[in-house]
Design a protein around this ligand. Structure first.
Ligand code: Z5A
Length: 237
């Protein structure tokens, strides 16, 4: 997975899946259920990094503006490389340092989005994308991917109610169906690291499904940390 003591959790999904809503709910639940207090008492500061792609760094915010909200014509290969540039900066300056500190990273989208949108959606070569993802992340993979899955039309109806569509939301339904197929293929190949969460349920039920999954994962993570501590792992001192 990765060599750091922190825990790297990613939320993935298509348009309107509820990732932003659930990021906030997860942060509240982590606080209220005492997980963040445990990390604070171990002097991990900050205990939780809430972040997203694109746009998790100052450079990334500029790239996000270009990628999603500008009128510039962007070639698909240029688009792929801009997402990779956003990710390289994000991993190097934000995600990896937080994992090295032993904290939790909760990230809205990561490498799977590139495979789903630029690969399955736009049709760019999947092995090329995997290679570029590898370069941008230096191989850093999440511990857990929560895939918020719902029918494309349901997600698009949610985002349409919200108003102005960004560059990718404006695509045809067929594009978003291919994106969903991409996430499905990744989840099938992803083993225990991927968890599909049915996102076409009321918000509270989605939150409960996520919490069940996270609670089990957090317990295992903490047990491993304790064992490594008693084993004298210097990285945790
Ligand atoms: N992208 C890419 O192409 N390649 C890459 O490598 C990466 C990204 C990293 C990011 O846009 C875009 O970048 C994205 C892919 C591309 N495509 N687009 N467009 P973004 O961050 O602005 O958008 P998003 O990630 O797609 O988020 P979103 O559309 O805002 O959806 P969301 O965060 O998953 O959902 P939400 O904002 O929480 O909820 C959407 C609405 O639904 C909102 O009104 C909620 O109140 C409502 N909602 C949420 N949950 C529910 C439930 N359970 N029931 C009913 N209504 C709900």
């Amino acid at each position: 997975m990765h060599p750091y003591t922190g825990l790297f959790i990613v939320l993935e999904g298509g348009e309107g899946a509820g990732k932003t809503t659930q990021m906030g709910a997860i942060a509240t639940w982590l606080e209220e259920s005492g997980w963040l207090a445990k990390l604070r008492s171990a002097d991990i500061d900050p205990p939780l990094l809430l972040t997203r792609e694109p746009g998790g760094t100052p450079l990334g915010q500029g790239l996000r503006q270009l990628l999603l909200h500008s009128d510039l014509e962007i070639d698909p290969m240029a688009e792929l490389l801009l997402y990779a540039a956003d990710r390289a900066q994000h991993v190097a300056t934000s995600i990896r340092p937080q994992l090295q500190r032993g904290g939790i990273v909760l990230c809205d989208r990561y490498t799977a989005s590139t495979i789903a949108y630029q690969g399955y959606g736009r049709g760019l070569d999947l092995s090329l994308i995997e290679h570029i993802n590898q370069i941008a992340t230096a191989g850093l993979m999440p511990d857990l991917v929560l895939w918020l899955d719902l029918p494309v039309q349901v997600g698009l109806a949610r985002t349409q109610r919200r108003g102005i569509a960004d560059r990718l939301e404006q695509h045809a339904v067929a594009f978003h169906e291919r994106v969903r197929q991409g996430f499905m293929a990744l989840a099938e190949a992803g083993g225990d690291r991927w968890q599909r969460i049915a996102a076409d349920q009321p918000t509270d039920q989605v939150s409960e499904a996520i919490q069940d999954c996270l609670a089990a994962h957090l317990r295992r993570w903490f047990e491993t940390l304790s064992q490594r501590r008693t084993g004298g792992d210097r990285e945790l001192e």
